[in-house]
Design a protein around this ligand. Structure first.
Ligand code: C5P
Length: 232
Protein backbone atom coordinates (compact mmCIF):
# COMPACT_ATOMS: atom_id res chain seq x y z
CA UNK A 1 0.00 0.00 0.00
CA UNK A 2 1.53 3.30 -1.09
CA UNK A 3 1.47 5.70 1.83
CA UNK A 4 0.70 9.26 0.76
CA UNK A 5 -0.29 12.70 2.00
CA UNK A 6 -3.57 14.05 0.57
CA UNK A 7 -4.07 17.82 0.71
CA UNK A 8 -7.68 18.89 1.43
CA UNK A 9 -8.28 21.68 -1.10
CA UNK A 10 -11.11 23.27 0.85
CA UNK A 11 -11.47 26.37 -1.34
CA UNK A 12 -14.64 27.90 -2.75
CA UNK A 13 -13.36 28.75 -6.23
CA UNK A 14 -11.14 27.45 -9.02
CA UNK A 15 -9.15 30.68 -8.85
CA UNK A 16 -8.13 30.16 -5.22
CA UNK A 17 -7.44 26.49 -5.85
CA UNK A 18 -5.13 27.16 -8.78
CA UNK A 19 -3.35 30.01 -6.96
CA UNK A 20 -2.61 27.43 -4.25
CA UNK A 21 -1.65 24.55 -6.56
CA UNK A 22 0.59 26.79 -8.70
CA UNK A 23 3.01 26.93 -5.75
CA UNK A 24 3.79 23.23 -6.20
CA UNK A 25 6.33 23.30 -8.97
CA UNK A 26 8.06 20.05 -7.99
CA UNK A 27 6.17 17.01 -6.74
CA UNK A 28 2.42 17.15 -7.59
CA UNK A 29 0.46 16.40 -4.42
CA UNK A 30 -2.51 14.02 -4.16
CA UNK A 31 -5.46 16.41 -3.61
CA UNK A 32 -8.89 16.05 -2.05
CA UNK A 33 -11.79 17.85 -3.71
CA UNK A 34 -14.71 18.10 -1.32
CA UNK A 35 -18.30 19.27 -1.62
CA UNK A 36 -17.45 22.96 -1.31
CA UNK A 37 -15.15 23.13 -4.32
CA UNK A 38 -17.11 20.58 -6.37
CA UNK A 39 -20.43 22.38 -5.87
CA UNK A 40 -18.77 25.71 -6.65
CA UNK A 41 -17.09 24.64 -9.88
CA UNK A 42 -18.62 21.35 -11.01
CA UNK A 43 -16.87 18.46 -12.75
CA UNK A 44 -14.59 20.76 -14.78
CA UNK A 45 -12.48 21.43 -11.67
CA UNK A 46 -11.80 17.70 -11.41
CA UNK A 47 -10.74 17.48 -15.06
CA UNK A 48 -8.51 20.55 -14.78
CA UNK A 49 -6.70 19.37 -11.64
CA UNK A 50 -6.27 15.93 -13.19
CA UNK A 51 -4.83 17.51 -16.32
CA UNK A 52 -2.21 19.24 -14.14
CA UNK A 53 -0.99 15.81 -13.09
CA UNK A 54 -2.47 15.44 -9.59
CA UNK A 55 -4.07 12.32 -8.14
CA UNK A 56 -7.57 13.11 -6.89
CA UNK A 57 -9.71 11.96 -3.97
CA UNK A 58 -13.27 13.12 -4.76
CA UNK A 59 -14.88 13.43 -1.33
CA UNK A 60 -18.63 13.68 -2.05
CA UNK A 61 -19.87 11.12 0.54
CA UNK A 62 -22.75 9.63 -1.45
CA UNK A 63 -25.76 8.29 0.48
CA UNK A 64 -28.99 7.45 -1.38
CA UNK A 65 -30.95 4.43 -2.63
CA UNK A 66 -28.69 1.78 -4.21
CA UNK A 67 -29.85 2.44 -7.77
CA UNK A 68 -29.20 6.19 -7.55
CA UNK A 69 -25.77 5.68 -6.01
CA UNK A 70 -24.89 3.07 -8.63
CA UNK A 71 -25.81 5.39 -11.50
CA UNK A 72 -24.11 8.40 -9.92
CA UNK A 73 -20.93 6.41 -9.35
CA UNK A 74 -21.00 5.36 -13.02
CA UNK A 75 -20.96 9.07 -13.96
CA UNK A 76 -18.16 9.83 -11.46
CA UNK A 77 -16.02 6.96 -12.76
CA UNK A 78 -15.78 8.81 -16.07
CA UNK A 79 -14.02 11.69 -14.29
CA UNK A 80 -11.03 9.41 -13.83
CA UNK A 81 -10.48 10.20 -10.16
CA UNK A 82 -8.22 7.96 -8.07
CA UNK A 83 -10.38 7.67 -4.96
CA UNK A 84 -13.97 8.49 -4.00
CA UNK A 85 -16.33 7.73 -1.11
CA UNK A 86 -19.80 7.14 0.32
CA UNK A 87 -21.55 6.67 3.66
CA UNK A 88 -21.49 3.09 4.97
CA UNK A 89 -24.84 3.93 6.63
CA UNK A 90 -26.40 3.54 3.18
CA UNK A 91 -26.23 -0.28 3.71
CA UNK A 92 -24.21 -3.11 2.18
CA UNK A 93 -26.57 -3.21 -0.81
CA UNK A 94 -25.94 0.46 -1.53
CA UNK A 95 -22.17 -0.07 -1.29
CA UNK A 96 -22.35 -3.04 -3.66
CA UNK A 97 -24.34 -0.91 -6.10
CA UNK A 98 -21.65 1.77 -5.83
CA UNK A 99 -18.88 -0.70 -6.74
CA UNK A 100 -20.91 -1.92 -9.70
CA UNK A 101 -21.50 1.61 -10.95
CA UNK A 102 -17.92 2.69 -10.42
CA UNK A 103 -16.39 -0.25 -12.30
CA UNK A 104 -15.52 0.72 -15.87
CA UNK A 105 -16.11 -1.58 -18.87
CA UNK A 106 -12.41 -2.60 -18.76
CA UNK A 107 -12.79 -3.73 -15.13
CA UNK A 108 -10.79 -0.88 -13.57
CA UNK A 109 -12.23 1.55 -11.02
CA UNK A 110 -11.15 4.27 -8.60
CA UNK A 111 -10.56 3.22 -4.99
CA UNK A 112 -13.80 3.37 -3.02
CA UNK A 113 -13.77 4.06 0.68
CA UNK A 114 -16.54 4.48 3.24
CA UNK A 115 -17.31 7.02 5.93
CA UNK A 116 -18.36 5.06 9.05
CA UNK A 117 -19.64 7.54 11.62
CA UNK A 118 -18.64 11.15 11.02
CA UNK A 119 -16.17 12.33 13.64
CA UNK A 120 -18.61 15.16 14.39
CA UNK A 121 -21.04 12.51 15.70
CA UNK A 122 -20.42 11.46 19.31
CA UNK A 123 -21.97 8.78 21.50
CA UNK A 124 -24.62 11.17 22.79
CA UNK A 125 -25.81 12.48 19.42
CA UNK A 126 -25.72 8.98 17.96
CA UNK A 127 -28.03 7.73 20.72
CA UNK A 128 -30.33 10.77 20.91
CA UNK A 129 -30.60 11.69 17.23
CA UNK A 130 -30.01 8.41 15.43
CA UNK A 131 -31.35 5.98 18.06
CA UNK A 132 -28.23 3.82 17.75
CA UNK A 133 -27.53 2.55 21.23
CA UNK A 134 -24.30 0.61 20.82
CA UNK A 135 -20.84 1.93 21.77
CA UNK A 136 -19.66 4.22 18.97
CA UNK A 137 -16.33 2.38 18.60
CA UNK A 138 -18.27 -0.85 17.89
CA UNK A 139 -20.52 0.95 15.40
CA UNK A 140 -17.47 2.28 13.54
CA UNK A 141 -15.93 -1.23 13.35
CA UNK A 142 -19.25 -2.79 12.29
CA UNK A 143 -19.64 -0.26 9.46
CA UNK A 144 -16.01 -0.82 8.44
CA UNK A 145 -16.67 -4.56 8.33
CA UNK A 146 -19.80 -3.97 6.21
CA UNK A 147 -17.71 -1.91 3.80
CA UNK A 148 -15.25 -4.78 3.54
CA UNK A 149 -18.05 -7.30 2.90
CA UNK A 150 -19.41 -5.06 0.14
CA UNK A 151 -15.98 -5.12 -1.54
CA UNK A 152 -14.82 -1.59 -0.73
CA UNK A 153 -11.14 -0.78 -0.36
CA UNK A 154 -11.20 0.93 3.03
CA UNK A 155 -12.59 3.62 5.28
CA UNK A 156 -12.09 7.22 6.32
CA UNK A 157 -11.45 7.15 10.05
CA UNK A 158 -9.78 8.93 12.92
CA UNK A 159 -6.06 8.09 13.15
CA UNK A 160 -6.91 6.69 16.59
CA UNK A 161 -9.12 4.06 14.95
CA UNK A 162 -6.73 3.06 12.16
CA UNK A 163 -4.98 0.29 14.11
CA UNK A 164 -8.27 -1.32 15.17
CA UNK A 165 -9.67 -1.10 11.61
CA UNK A 166 -6.62 -2.99 10.33
CA UNK A 167 -7.04 -5.60 13.08
CA UNK A 168 -10.72 -6.07 12.21
CA UNK A 169 -10.61 -5.82 8.42
CA UNK A 170 -7.03 -6.79 7.54
CA UNK A 171 -3.87 -4.82 6.88
CA UNK A 172 -4.69 -4.32 3.19
CA UNK A 173 -7.96 -2.57 4.05
CA UNK A 174 -7.05 1.07 3.54
CA UNK A 175 -7.33 3.71 6.27
CA UNK A 176 -7.59 7.35 5.23
CA UNK A 177 -7.20 9.60 8.23
CA UNK A 178 -7.90 13.32 8.67
CA UNK A 179 -7.30 15.19 11.94
CA UNK A 180 -3.55 15.58 11.43
CA UNK A 181 -1.58 18.41 13.00
CA UNK A 182 2.12 19.21 13.45
CA UNK A 183 3.40 18.81 17.01
CA UNK A 184 4.08 22.57 17.16
CA UNK A 185 0.97 23.65 15.19
CA UNK A 186 -2.57 24.95 15.81
CA UNK A 187 -5.21 22.32 16.53
CA UNK A 188 -8.09 24.56 15.33
CA UNK A 189 -11.53 22.86 15.50
CA UNK A 190 -10.17 19.31 15.31
CA UNK A 191 -10.45 17.58 18.67
CA UNK A 192 -8.59 14.31 18.46
CA UNK A 193 -5.44 14.90 16.47
CA UNK A 194 -2.18 13.16 15.65
CA UNK A 195 1.07 14.25 14.04
CA UNK A 196 2.01 12.78 10.65
CA UNK A 197 4.70 10.70 12.39
CA UNK A 198 2.18 9.29 14.90
CA UNK A 199 -0.28 8.52 12.08
CA UNK A 200 2.50 6.60 10.33
CA UNK A 201 3.33 4.74 13.52
CA UNK A 202 -0.27 3.62 14.03
CA UNK A 203 -0.57 2.39 10.45
CA UNK A 204 -2.62 5.00 8.54
CA UNK A 205 -2.28 4.48 4.80
CA UNK A 206 -3.18 8.02 3.73
CA UNK A 207 -3.37 11.19 5.81
CA UNK A 208 -5.69 14.02 4.77
CA UNK A 209 -4.19 17.38 5.73
CA UNK A 210 -5.99 20.67 5.18
CA UNK A 211 -5.20 23.88 7.06
CA UNK A 212 -1.73 22.88 8.36
CA UNK A 213 -0.75 23.06 4.66
CA UNK A 214 -3.29 25.41 3.02
CA UNK A 215 -2.98 28.09 5.72
CA UNK A 216 0.78 27.75 6.20
CA UNK A 217 3.06 30.64 5.35
CA UNK A 218 4.98 28.27 3.09
CA UNK A 219 2.52 25.55 1.97
CA UNK A 220 5.13 23.66 -0.06
CA UNK A 221 7.47 23.43 2.94
CA UNK A 222 4.56 22.29 5.15
CA UNK A 223 3.64 19.64 2.57
CA UNK A 224 7.25 18.43 2.30
CA UNK A 225 7.38 18.24 6.10
CA UNK A 226 4.27 16.02 6.08
CA UNK A 227 5.84 13.80 3.41
CA UNK A 228 9.10 13.56 5.36
CA UNK A 229 7.29 12.65 8.62
CA UNK A 230 4.65 10.34 7.14
CA UNK A 231 6.23 8.71 4.10
CA UNK A 232 9.86 9.14 5.17
O1 C5P B 1 -8.02 21.59 7.76
P1 C5P B 1 -8.05 20.17 8.27
O2 C5P B 1 -6.71 19.49 8.27
O3 C5P B 1 -8.79 20.04 9.57
O4 C5P B 1 -8.92 19.43 7.14
C1 C5P B 1 -9.27 18.09 7.25
C2 C5P B 1 -10.11 17.69 6.07
O5 C5P B 1 -10.61 16.37 6.32
C3 C5P B 1 -11.33 18.55 5.82
O6 C5P B 1 -11.56 18.54 4.41
C4 C5P B 1 -12.43 17.84 6.55
O7 C5P B 1 -13.70 18.07 5.99
C5 C5P B 1 -12.03 16.40 6.34
N1 C5P B 1 -12.56 15.44 7.33
C6 C5P B 1 -12.33 15.55 8.69
N2 C5P B 1 -12.85 14.61 9.54
C7 C5P B 1 -13.55 13.60 9.05
C8 C5P B 1 -13.78 13.47 7.69
C9 C5P B 1 -13.26 14.43 6.84
O8 C5P B 1 -11.68 16.48 9.14
N3 C5P B 1 -14.01 12.68 9.87
Amino acid sequence: MGKDVIIACDFDSAEKTFAFLDKFTGRKPFVKIGMELYYAEGPSIVREIKKRGHKIFLDLKLHDIPNTVKKSMAVLSRLDVDMTNLHAAGTIRMMEGAIEGLTRPDGTRPMLIAVTQLTSTDQESMEKDLWIEKPIADVVMHYAHNAKIAGLDGVVCSPLEAGKVHETCGKDFVTVTPGVRFADGDVGDQKRVMTPAQAKEIGSDYIVVGRPITAAEDPVAAYERCIAEFVG
